[in-house]
Each structure stands twice: as structure tokens, then as C-alpha cells.
Design a protein around this ligand. Structure first.
Ligand code: ADP
Ligand code: MN
Length: 177
């Protein structure tokens, strides 16, 4: 039997540029006993790449290897997972999926400032308009654990973090030792 976890696992997902990492950096200061996994960094640190996509100018993550490394860590609970891909994690290990959303003009500015080339910006803007990340989330997890939050302004981010912190408190109350 699987050991129970004493704190939830929270995915923060969204199209690149929506504010996942900024939100998570802020969130982890509020949830002190949580481990924060920025999956792009985690994959790099653990050598979970299986190639390079020249068109997209990005590494291709070996998802099997990634999950082999990450699953034992997720089983311990108290995790914040930051990735634009959300549909690869085992459903039984995920308690909340926060999908950050962003207005397209803001997203354009953020990705442009990041130095993305035009086709990569366009691909991400299209994905955001189509709600691709949200769609992946609702197809992969129970709809009631998927929460969509707008992330256009600093105020949005502060309120989003407060909501996640309140949700975490509620989860703990609903899952007493
Ligand atoms: P992601 O991790 O989803 O790719 P980041 O957190 O790196 O996104 O944010 C991309 C850029 O947008 C950063 O420059 C960040 O400061 C800015 N940003 C993120 N969220 C917000 C927000 N809610 N309001 C204003 N700027 C934001
Ligand atoms: Mn990021």
C-alpha cells in the first residue's frame, strides 16, 4: 500500500510566460515546508533530455526518466510543481492543478522581452488563445481539482498566491492525520 502524504501536491501550469515561476517563487515563501520543482531545471539537473528540437530551439524532455526521478519525491507530498506540461503526472499523486491565464498582449510583451523568436511567440500566443494547457488539465484530472486563475498583474499574482495558500490550509483540515 502506498504511504499517505501529509501535505498536498500542487501543480502550477500555464502557457510559457503566464507567470508560473514568479508565482511559485512567491508561493514557496508562504508554504515554507514545501519542495519546489521547476521541471525545466529539474530535467536539466537530472539529465532527463532525449534530444534537441531545432525548430523550437528547446530541449526535448525524456518524460519516462523524468517521472522515474520525480515520482518518489511526489509520494512524499508537500510539492509545488512548475511546468507548462501538466498531463504527464500520475493523477493519484496530484491534489490541485492551478492553470494560470494571461491576456495575449501581456503574454506577447513577456515573451518578446524573453527574446523568443517570432514563431515561438506565435505558437505560445495561439496555445494561450486556444486554452491548450487548461484543456490538457481538465482532460487529465478531475475537473474539481483544476482551478483557472488570471495572471495579468502583480495584484493578480498576490491574490492567486493567497488563494492557493487558503486552499492548502483547507486541504490540511480535510485530511487530518
Ligand atoms: P513562466 O514561468 O510561466 O514562463 P514567468 O514567471 O517567468 O512565467 O513570468 C514571465 C514574465 O512575466 C516575467 O518577467 C515576470 O516578471 C512577468 N510576470 C509573470 N507574472 C506576472 C503577473 N501576474 N503580473 C505582471 N508580470 C508578471
Ligand atoms: Mn518558468
Amino acid at each position: 500500500m502506498e504511504a499517505r502524504r501529509y501535505g498536498p501536491n500542487i501543480i502550477v501550469t500555464g502557457t510559457p510566460g503566464c507567470g508560473k515561476s514568479s508565482t511559485c517563487e512567491f508561493l514557496k515563501n508562504k508554504l515554507k515546508d514545501y519542495k519546489y520543482y521547476n521541471i525545466s531545471d529539474f530535467a536539466k539537473d537530472n539529465d532527463c533530455f532525449e534530444g534537441y528540437d531545432e525548430g523550437r530551439k528547446s530541449h526535448i524532455v525524456d518524460e519516462d526518466k523524468l517521472l522515474d526521478m520525480l515520482e518518489p519525491l511526489l509520494r512524499q507530498g508537500n510539492s509545488i510543481v512548475d511546468w507548462h506540461v501538466n498531463d504527464v503526472f500520475p493523477e493519484r499523486l496530484i491534489d490541485l492543478v492551478v492553470v494560470l491565464r494571461c491576456d495575449n498582449s501581456n503574454l506577447y510583451s513577456r515573451l518578446h522581452a524573453r527574446g523568443y523568436h517570432d514563431s515561438k511567440i506565435e505558437e505560445n500566443l495561439d496555445a494561450e488563445i486556444m486554452g491548450v494547457v487548461k484543456q490538457d488539465a481538465v482532460e487529465s484530472y478531475e475537473p474539481h481539482i483544476v482551478v483557472e486563475l488570471q495572471s495579468d498583474t502583480k495584484e493578480d499574482m498576490v491574490s492567486n498566491v493567497s488563494r492557493i495558500v487558503a486552499w492548502e490550509k483547507m486541504w490540511l483540515e480535510q485530511h487530518p492525520d
